[in-house]
Write a protein that binds this ligand. Sequence first.
Ligand code: SF4
Length: 569
Amino acid sequence: MSKTSLEDIKTSSHGLRGRIAEDLGDGSDRVGADSAQLLKFHGIYQQDDRDQRADRRRDGRDKAWSFMLRSRLPGGRLTPDAWLAHDRIADAHGGGRLRITSRQGLQLHGVLKDDLRPALAELDRALVSSLGACGDVVRNVTCCPLPASSRLRDELDEVTDALADRFALRTRAHRAIWLDGEKQDEVSPGDDDTYGAAYLPRKFKLGIAPPDDNCIDAWTQDLGLLATTRGGRVDGFDVLVGGGLGAKHGKDHAVPRLGLPLGWVSREEVVDLVAAVVSFHRDHGDRDDRSRARLKFLVHGLGLDVVRQEVRRRFAGRLHPSHGAAPRPRHLHLGWHAQDDGSWALGLPVDGGRIRDDGSQRLKTALAVATAELGLEVRLTPSHDLLLLGIDDDRRRRVDELLDAHGVRRAEESTPLRNAAMACPALPTCGLALAEAERVLPTLVHALEDELASLGLGEQPLDFRITGCPNGCARPYVAELALVGRSKDRYVVHVAGGPAGDRLTEELWDGVPTDEVVPRLRPLFRSWAEERRDHERFGDWCHRVGVDALRTLSDAALAVSADTTGGAS
Ligand code: SF4
């Protein structure tokens, strides 16, 4: 079988240069297909506004092209300068909006081609880069934001930075194309020794969890690191390998997978161990078929013993037996958190991860003022919310005033369901979206809230996630309730994922129209309210009852309802 064309594009790209510079200067509003693939490694996706497609096609016009620009922010950390740089770029080039990603990055949509260089220059001045935020490389390293300051947080941040540095792209093409012009455009052999000329077969997701929290969904990462401690210090990590949520409707081989315990490694040796796993993926991942190229296909295909053997061969340190990789709850980190030094951190929920000024809620302006006036640092969470850090005791009131003046919602003003809900961007920007996600999230959350409130379950946590296609960007397959886009206005409904993120969902129904989702779930919520044991979560209850029984329960209730209302059933 021949190599995929993308493999050829990568290897002949001259260190990710390709024809990007030429395409940027060709006077059009888009780049060629090969450049569009290479741009991803620079943190940029070429997209078009799908809402405009039909009208433009009818009028004989080209698509409405623009670009998505994503920053690489290890652990989701931003200085005040970095936040304000993103804020300015959003105003100048991104329609006044920013989006927090589910990997603690920030992205802007709708950037025009001629605005890419000024936007990247603005990021560079704030010491932020988009290089390696997308593409077949180790993606942004996620790490629990640990809202309460501690030695543990500092130690995990150190490991995050060491990993981010180890797997950062070294190619000089980025600076040459976007920032410095041709003067730095010489390729140095060994620029990207870690990756080689063909980079990885597919993306590689890497995340770090502390001992008592799984907000990063460690089991869904290509490689998840679960910290262990001794005497209050991080001494090492249980290593999970082979997680990955990308799936395809109707393809049995492309299913979500959870990571498996590879072993335990000391803190001192963790970077080298990760490098061994990455090199194993680089050398053995499927480069003929991108739909089978993630690490999970190697791990679940070859088996853990073979993978362990291969990794040991590439790793000079010691891989010990796993310490158990115990499940840990997912926290959202919202609300006020006291810090060791007397200051405070405030976790704010961000609906759909969207930072914007929307009617009476002017979150974007509030955050710009808070970072500029008070010098607050920002930390993004893997649930696309954010924390403001470094709030002195005497400034706490000022922060509250500021947020109130801009109508910013706090966690305690919302239901647990709304605070935890996640959506991917989907339409109109994502070229792979089969259905809406972010834009229908508010309506669905509202309907679910009403339903739960009517049963006295309004204060019950319930992790609800929605994506526009099966690729799983908002990690739907470890939610308690998830909708995965099937086609326009229709979804596959999943339930029974573990609230700790260590159990996959099961498919309950396929092809459910948006407005039938809540009516079909109603009988299940009612039974959950009546039958749950202690504080049994919805996902656990669904798992205990089983999807066959859940289907029967819902069908029976809907049949009775149709009967009593004279409907056809
Ligand atoms: Fe696009 Fe699918 Fe990812 Fe949503 S899950 S952002 S629709 S690729």
